[in-house]
Design a protein around this ligand. Structure first.
Ligand code: BGC
Length: 451
């Protein structure tokens, strides 16, 4: 078992090397002017996209704002009241699970679905009478932002394949769907990536980094304008959406990928793309464990060497099982493992639950440690940009993997402490971060443009 799990165990030295390579990829992304390009040889792996956002709320923003948050699995609508740059009360909200089939339909069907639900939400709040409702749209996919109001989807991730959306302006597609429905006076639509919204929603003036570890993974941070080759201007700072999930797409993680990672990637919807995301995020963690369990079964180290029809299917081992099996009190976790495996009709002997737990722990630890390496890289980038010997910084964090796994946050924090003595990195989890942040971005946009 140890032999099979060994390639997943990344030492501190490995993480330092990975961090060095990530910094290099980030610098390449910042220099690159061909961000929207389709050509793999001129596309940087870590895209370092401009969010067009240079400031946080300054305390003068006021009003009611709608927000939409479209993630990898859920769609959420919010109504947020902002007073003096802060969110007044807990926002009103509603959530829908995006039907799996819709992810393969046309873009028109997807946007009509979004607007149908948004319309119903606006109706329940009796907001239709408002002269016009500004909306912040947190869209959790890589986009080439031309402005806060115009953003072109570069590539679907997280299993979405809706036709007619890639390389199109997402704000325009939403506006057209609002027009098709009629009766909704929504204007303007302000576009923001979910990780940027997460950073914006964190009410801490030291918060200069945002991170998401959920269905997908991403990070953003405040970069000095003078270092951003893709934007004009030298003064001040700009929030950069790193799209670090694409790290490794140029083979820079080749020597750290296991056979399991390679097979998962080859059989995925987007082979060769979002390599590090496939080692880390909730969409893939369950599948990695599943692949390892099958290998252990093959070697007759688990389930008495037999497999059930259930375990033959790719999506049967869900990522949430990892959290249940790693439940903190030893007994609960093992009992959960026993139940999950028995429900999958497997022949479970007395040692199988602890072996499966060991597999889960190894895979989730690798994920947490890779995320720590990314945070350390970004924090050190900010520190050296400012010529500081030491940096105290806050990260606005969101995502189901970070929030729901019983000890993911501990694993990540432990790695942070050993990897970067020069940075004091404080993590702050924000609930409903994307929705709140999108509304705040719409509020800042209103102040800046007076729309
Ligand atoms: C997307 C990012 C997003 C992240 C977290 C990734 O798959 O490319 O844009 O921020 O998931 O939701």
């Amino acid at each position: 078992v140890e032999e099979i799990l060994k390639p997943f165990r990344l030492s501190n030295e490995n993480l330092k090397e990975i961090s060095k390579r990530l910094l290099k990829a980030m610098e390449e992304g910042l220099r690159n002017k061909t961000v929207g390009s389709d050509h793999p040889s001129i596309r940087p792996s870590v895209k370092m996209l401009s969010s067009h956002l240079k400031e946080r709320p300054n305390g003068t923003e006021n009003g009611g704002f709608l927000a939409l948050d479209m993630g990898g699995t859920k769609l959420r609508a919010y109504y947020v009241e902002v007073m003096n740059g802060k969110i007044k009360l807990e926002p009103k909200s509603k959530e829908w699970t995006i039907p799996q089939e819709l992810k393969n339909e046309s873009g028109t069907q997807l946007f009509d679905y979004i607007v149908k639900n948004l319309g119903a939400f606006v109706e329940t709040l009796k907001l239709e009478g408002n002269p016009k409702l500004p909306l912040g749209f947190s869209f959790s996919f890589p986009c080439d932002h031309k402005s806060l109001y115009k953003c072109f989807l570069t590539k679907w991730t997280k299993g979405f394949k809706c036709s007619g959306v890639e390389r199109k302006d997402v704000a325009k597609l939403l506006r057209e769907a609002i027009g098709r429905k009629g009766g909704l006076n929504i204007h303007p639509i302000v576009m923001v990536n979910d990780v940027v919204a997460t950073m914006m929603s964190c009410e801490d003036e030291n918060c200069q980094i945002g991170m998401i570890i959920g269905t997908g993974t991403n990070a953003c941070y405040m970069e000095e304008m003078k270092n951003v080759g893709t934007e004009d201007g030298e003064e001040g700072q700009l929030c950069i959406n790193t799209e670090w999930g694409g790290f490794g797409d140029d083979d820079s993680l080749k020597d750290f990928l296991t056979e399991f990672d390679k097979n998962l990637d080859n059989e995925s919807d987007n082979p060769g793309e979002h390599i590090v995301e496939k080692m880390i995020s909730g969409k893939y963690l369950g599948e990695i464990v599943w692949r390892v369990l099958l290998e252990l079964k093959e070697k007759k180290l688990l389930f008495e060497g037999s497999v059930s029809d259930n375990l033959r299917k790719k999506d049967t081992f869900e990522t949430r099982f990892i959290s249940e099996i790693e439940e903190n009190s030893e007994k609960n976790g093992l009992e959960n493992a026993d139940k999950i495996l028995s429900d999958l009709d497997l022949k479970v002997n007395s040692t199988d639950p602890s072996l499966v737990k060991m597999v889960c722990d190894t895979i989730s630890s690798r994920s947490a440690r890779l995320c720590a390496a990314a945070l350390v890289t970004i924090a050190n980038r900010i520190r050296t940009n400012r010529g500081l010997p030491h940096l105290k910084i806050t990260v606005g964090m969101d995502g189901t993997v970070y929030k729901k796994h019983p000890n993911f946050s501990e694993k990540l924090k432990e790695a942070l402490r050993t990897l970067s003595p020069e940075c004091d990195i404080n993590i702050k989890v924000v609930d409903d971060a994307s929705g709140k942040g999108a509304a705040l971005v719409a509020a800042v946009a209103q102040r800046l443009c007076g729309q």
